[in-house]
Design a protein. Structure first.
Length: 166
């Protein structure tokens, strides 16, 4: 079945989505490290990481032909200009997100928090993944691309990252 059909089906038949989710076996990890903030949030540089498949129109789209997903990522600037970004992700209905990217990548809210002094500053770049990753791509995501993004966040001196799932 095509992912877009499943998206439609699950959104119109919620009990079917619930039944599928009850039997889905995701990745399990017993070793999830807790890292407390080392300074007050009002002094932190904050980045966003989304799994919504957001990317700039001049970047390659995420691979929707691979049924196991696409473990790559896209770098995003701190501001998304209208018409310069899109979403490539067949596993959720993104009509609302296309109307307001803040639903899946709350850049405006992050800037408001910085202006209000709730966070120190907005990071110079953010990151987007296509959230449907399965099978053989999981080790690539956890062993290569996620650590690469973590390194880029460290290079940007980011103190905290907010995961905004689709």
């Amino acid at each position: 079945m095509r992912p877009s059909f499943l998206t439609w089906l699950f959104s119109h038949v919620p009990w079917l989505a619930e039944r599928w989710a009850a039997h889905y076996e995701g990745v399990k990890s017993a070793d999830v490290p807790w890292t407390p903030l080392r300074k007050p949030l009002a002094q932190c540089r904050v980045a966003l990481v989304t799994t919504a498949g957001v990317h700039l129109t001049d970047q390659p789209p995420f691979d929707m032909k691979d049924k196991q997903g696409d473990p790559s990522f896209r770098e995003l600037p701190p501001t998304l200009e209208p018409g310069r970004w899109t979403i490539t992700h067949d596993y959720y209905d993104h009509r609302d997100a296309l109307a307001d990217v803040n639903i899946v990548l709350p850049l405006d809210r992050l800037r408001e928090l910085a202006a209000a002094g709730e966070i120190g500053e907005v990071a110079p770049r953010h990151f987007s993944f296509m959230g449907h990753i399965d099978g053989p791509h999981i080790p690539e995501l956890t062993g290569r691309t996620a650590p690469q993004v973590a390194g880029l966040l460290q290079a940007d001196r980011v103190d905290a990252a907010v995961l905004a799932p689709a």
